[in-house]
Design a protein around this ligand. Structure first.
Ligand code: GUN
Ligand code: ZN
Length: 450
């Protein structure tokens, strides 16, 4: 019998949501906690989740099956990172600049190295293992401009059977020559990658114009044509992250109403279109984000680190804009979605909004799945869902253990996790039903890159 077709049983406290939520009230209503549960996985899917005592009553004997006892820990759906740049893993924590200078000084010279497919593969492997260590099982990823950097990434994700959405960056102006493609080459390379990878195993493709300033009209038109020619692919880009960037877009596109209108006029808005940041939107952009069902990616550690500004989460909820949570590494400072949630909470505090622990968990799991229109296949524990799981340890560090011991409720413990947690709070992770990470049992993850 192959590994995937054998049943695997997990015991623990299971936390998830019954489905997507329209508002904060719905998030609370949909929250589910099974204090002592037994989950059966088979063929890469969740098959069954029942109270442990009930299973024992039916004759379940842990000694007779493949069994992992995670008692005292929270089993949650694997975290979803809706926006991250894998080639920037090696330049995380680059000092001193805001967006546009940070791109020229650090980002572009680093991404140049991804013409080398061996480096691209080594860093993809490293990056994906780091995600798993952090309990992130699905990510939406920018590769570099070189198509081989995307092939390398998809090959690495396939080897781990991880669900990913990714794409080759398109940029044909306002960047160093060594990083430029053309409208035609971007179209052809993207089309080849889509036809090779979109829907192969767990891979999905996102057409990836970097942001409006680095694409000509002709290239943005090609991006729109890719979405038309290959329905079902995603689109990912950046929007209104930094005030100087917004001014620059107004200069480059004087005939457009605003930044979002540039994308919209090329057919680059809609339910599968993901916009990183959305920090400096005007009234019309908020309204058009909501009406087009486009997704805003809230990237708290990046928005703080690059001094970009504060995403107005409450406004997004009030306007009915779909929101997903993202690390945006290397602008972001951690691959941990627990760390993102800790910073998200603080940003909301600054505008007088309380982000509850339950809503935090929703954002990193079912909320992300729903924003990616993947809630039919993952994001909670319904039988038949893909078995991507994270196991959170409220005693991941001495301080957390001490604080959690004082916490009366699951919600309080969860809040301790999102405030103090990072990879040390992730005891294990499963991708498509396979145990792919156990804290403390990892071989060192230190590629030699030169
Ligand atoms: N805007 C255009 N490119 C980038 C990038 O690589 N990172 C961030 N944070 N913003 C961008
Ligand atoms: Zn980004």
């Amino acid at each position: 019998m192959s590994e995937a077709s054998k049943s695997l049983y997990l015991r623990g406290t299971f936390l998830d949501f019954t489905g997507p939520a329209a508002d904060a009230g719905d998030v609370e209503k949909n929250f589910r906690c099974l204090d002592d549960g037994l989950m059966r996985l088979e063929g890469g899917l969740v098959r069954e989740l029942v109270p442990y005592p009930e299973a024992v009553g039916r004759g379940f004997k842990p000694g007779e099956v493949d069994f992992m006892d995670w008692s005292g820990k929270f089993v949650v759906p694997g975290f979803i990172d809706a926006h991250v740049h894998y080639p920037q893993t090696e330049m995380i924590a680059s000092y001193g600049e805001q967006l546009l200078d940070w791109l020229s000084m650090y980002t572009f010279p680093t991404e140049r190295k991804y013409a080398d497919k061996n480096r691209a593969r080594a860093v993809s492997d490293f990056f994906l293992r780091e995600l798993l260590k952090n309990g992130t099982t699905t990510a939406v990823v920018f590769c570099a401009v070189f198509p081989q950097s995307a092939d390398a990434f998809f090959e690495a994700a396939e080897a781990l059977n991880m669900r990913t959405v990714a794409g080759k960056v398109m940029m044909d102006r306002n960047a160093p020559d060594y990083l430029l493609d053309t409208p035609e080459s971007a179209y052809e390379d993207s089309l080849r990658l889509i036809d090779k990878w979109h829907g192969r195993g767990r891979a999905l493709y996102a057409v990836t114009p970097r942001f409006a300033p680095t694409s000509t009209d002709a290239q943005l038109r090609m991006a729109g044509k890719l979405l038309e020619d290959r329905p079902g692919v995603y689109m990912q880009t950046h929007l209104a992250e930094n005030k100087n960037e917004v001014r620059w877009v107004a200069e480059l596109f004087p005939r457009h109403r605003n930044y979002l209108h540039v994308y919209e006029s090329f057919g680059l808005t809609g339910p599968r279109c993901l916009f990183a940041h959305c920090v400096h939107l005007d009234e019309d952009e908020w309204a058009r984000m909501a009406e087009s069902r486009s997704v805003a990616c809230f990237s708290p550690t990046s928005n703080l680190f690059l001094g970009s500004g504060m995403f107005d989460y409450k406004r997004a909820r009030d306007e009915g804009v779909r929101v997903a949570l993202a690390t945006d590494v290397g602008g972001g400072t951690s691959l941990s979605q627990l760390a993102s949630l800790g910073e998200a909470y603080k940003i909301c505090q600054l505008s007088g909004h309380k982000l509850s622990a339950v809503e935090q968990l929703y954002l990193a799991t079912m909320g992300g799945a729903s924003s990616l229109s993947l809630d039919g296949v993952l994001g909670n524990f319904e039988p038949g869902k893909e078995a991507d799981l994270a196991v959170l340890d409220p005693g991941g560090t001495d301080l957390m253990a001490m604080r959690s011991a004082q916490a009366g409720s699951v919600r309080e413990k969860l809040f301790v996790l999102t405030t103090l947690g990072d990879d040390r709070a992730v005891a294990g992770a499963y991708a498509a039903g396979r145990l792919v990470h156990v804290r403390g049992e990892n071989p060192p993850n230190r590629p030699r890159l030169g």
